[in-house]
Design a protein around this ligand. Structure first.
Ligand SMILES: [Cu+2]
Length: 75
């Protein structure tokens, strides 16, 4: 529950920041957007690359309530 609240909070902050700037998000900002650590973000990005998926599509699938992806070597 606490994690959900902080995720929503971070998403609003990122959304507001996004309106003010057209700059691409930094790794830390994108990690925050998905409520994960930078290390986890890099791992997911690498996983998406291995799957030839865009990171956004990869995360949508991961966060969706539908099928779960099998990443094989994920710990
Ligand atoms: Cu994936």
């Amino acid at each position: 529950m606490r994690k959900l609240v902080s995720t929503v909070l971070v998403l609003s902050v990122v959304a507001l920041a996004g309106c003010a700037s057209e700059k691409p998000l930094s790794e830390a900002e994108q990690a925050a957007q998905y409520g994960m650590t930078v290390q986890r973000y890099r791992e997911e990005k690498a996983a998406a690359a291995r799957m030839n998926m865009k990171f956004e599509d990869h995360m949508k699938t991961m966060m969706g309530d539908g099928m779960q992806m099998d990443h094989g070597n994920m710990q």
